[in-house]
Write a protein that binds this ligand. Sequence first.
Ligand code: UD1
Length: 321
Amino acid sequence: MDYKNCINLKKAMVTGGAGFIGSHLVHALTDLDCHVVVIDNLSTGHMENLSHIKKNITFIKGNICDKDLILKESKNCDAIFHQAAVVSVPLSVKDPVNSAMVNIMGTLNILDAARQNSIKSVVLASSSAVYGNIKKLPAEESSPISLLSPYAVQKYTGELNAKNFSDLFGINTICLRYFNVYGPRQDPGSPYSGVISLFIKKATEKKQPAIFGDGNQLRDFIFVKDVVKANILAAGSAKSNIFNIGLGNYISINKLWKEISHISKFYADPEYKEERAGDIKKSWSNIKKAGKQINYIPDFSFNEGLKLTYNWYMENKKSAL
Ligand code: UD1
């Protein structure tokens, strides 16, 4: 892939590098001849996600809250890509303390290691969850913040700490507000997994999916390879910033199930369940700022990405589903 505006990365740290987004990023970075230090506690990540690229990576099973470890392992890195997190909104509602430990303190620890090791740029995975149910869509980076879940609070705290570290210590911190990321290797193994992975799993098992609420909630789904591109472009950003990383388009959860039914040729009425606490009604990104400032333009349409994802699950049925 051609990453214009990209800095020359000789060594980088990827936290959560054995996970869904992280492992795609690690692959892309090693393709750019960057040596990658992967930090992952394997709580949700899998070593198989990195099985093809044992060369050019240093894998460390460890916790992002471990101060000494992060400080030691991030030495001489040109950038840190911080992907490790407890990513589920409902899980943050169920256990706000544990998710805060990881999402707030873990992120702070990464920023502090970057400060001590004078690392040029830190790219943080933030979330579109910080917009909550805003009135004016699509969401722009300057749109009002409305924090509906502990997860949203935690991700926003990460952004505030990033800004503070940037102002105080001069590190480049680039926060990427991910919209709903999907693609190969997203693990459907838990009820808190991403909806596309769960729906594909249901379709292959020929089982009814669950839809929380009326299914009219809208999501802006973005293919994982586009998110990887955004991360690498962001590392080359000349100054600290916040960017929306979505497709700039949306689909309802009802329509999503119809699309997956169509691809899988399995048609079933969903089972409608109570709306999830903290769930956002409409999520839709304006991605002009990232387009202008870091040259981020998604390569994959939703249909293309969904087909690639479905095909991947079919080919990797035994291990993935
Ligand atoms: C997702 C991400 C979160 C990210 C945020 C950005 C995951 C697991 N979560 O949260 O990290 O920051 O997007 O906007 O990737 N749903 C169903 N049936 C299901 C599962 C989900 O109807 O079986 C619905 C949910 O109620 C929700 C939508 O589908 O309305 C998306 O849910 P989910 O994939 O869990 O993602 P978000 O909560 O949007």
